[in-house]
Design a protein around this ligand. Structure first.
Ligand code: CP
Ligand code: NVA
Length: 306
């Protein structure tokens, strides 16, 4: 069973193939109408269930449209309007949906729910973001870095801000794709040491600092994300601790010439990033958002094609 649960749960060679397939599929669509089927509709007849325990724009639209472009379709379940919201267990839901659909994508409050779903499902399960990780986002981000002309093996990425779910997937990816990763996060908001050390043990080049200027110096790509992720409750403490970590033009100027800026979106403009940076020449945020669809189509094909 090919579940796509986390970057560090999948073979490096498989991940590299998925990334290559994503680029190839994007290139093959040049000149095609957005809604057109990919040649041969490789997932014709396949149906994806998408379960959302929390909000989404990009993940929801990119999985739904991606399935349609591949010749398949998607069914949406939201906690509030499905029996999950009335206490039906993940294990029962997994077994019911496995009788009806070909794959399940879950955006979960707790990573434990994702693991439980994969344990009971007899169809592939895809992580559409949990409190722990966001691997689909990182596949799209790596595509974006490569499109900017950077070689992942030699690139240096700087993460500035909260040590959150998106950073965890970057950390796991650095062990696979070879880029060096320097994260600047305030004390109390740094990534889990266990996750960092596991990646380092696999050969990743990772540093965790508190100084944003130091992290960004020499970087080819600067990445940030919201200071308050879905499910975080300590909003005012976070805003206070993270406010020195805003990515502005002065900080971007410390990065290498031609360095790119990325953000998974949604952005909280003029909090974690200024308008001047996110709307500036170095920003790749809309390419990054588009790449969600291409990367996930490759993930879906990897999960579903035998
Ligand atoms: N980046 C991302 O996952 O966006 P959504 O929350 O809109 O899906
Ligand atoms: N870290 C953010 C990412 C949103 C796509 C969150 O979990 O809310």
């Amino acid at each position: 069973m090919r579940h796509f649960l986390d970057i560090d749960a999948i073979d490096a060679s498989e991940l590299k193939n998925i990334l290559k397939m994503a680029h190839d599929m994007k290139n093959a669509r040049i000149g095609m109408p957005k809604g057109a089927h990919d040649n041969g509709a490789p997932l014709a007849g396949h149906i994806l269930a998408m379960i959302f325990e929390k909000s989404s724009t990009r993940t929801r639209v990119s999985f739904d449209v991606g399935m349609r472009q591949l010749g398949g379709s998607a069914v949406l379940l939201e906690t509030s309007t499905s029996q999950l919201g009335r206490g039906e267990t993940i294990a029962d839901t997994a077994r019911v949906l496995s009788r009806m659909v070909d794959a399940i994508m879950l955006r979960a409050n707790s990573h434990k729910s994702l693991v439980e779903l994969a344990r009971w499902a007899s169809v592939p399960v895809i992580n559409g973001l949990t409190d722990k990780s966001h691997p689909c986002q990182i596949m799209a981000d790596l595509m974006t870095v490569e499109e900017a002309g950077l070689n992942l093996k030699d690139a240096r990425l700087a993460w500035v801000g909260d040590g959150n779910n998106v950073l965890t997937s970057f950390i796991e990816a650095s062990a696979v794709f070879g880029f060096s990763l320097v994260a600047a996060c305030p004390i109390g908001y740094q990534p889990d040491n266990k996750i960092v050390n596991k990646a380092i043990a696999k050969g990743a080049k990772i540093e965790v600092l508190t100084d944003a200027a130091l992290a960004v110096t020499g970087a080819d790509c600067v990445v940030t994300d919201t200071w308050v992720s879905m499910g975080d409750t300590n909003v005012s403490e976070r805003m206070q601790a993270l406010s020195p970590y805003q990515v502005d033009e002065e900080l971007m100027a410390k990065a290498n010439n031609g360095a790119i800026f990325m953000h998974c979106l949604p952005a909280h403009r003029n909090e974690e990033v200024t308008d001047a940076v996110i709307d500036g020449a170095s920003s790749k945020v809309f390419d990054e958002a588009e790449n969600r669809i291409h990367a996930q189509k490759a993930v879906l094909r990897w999960c579903l094609e035998k």
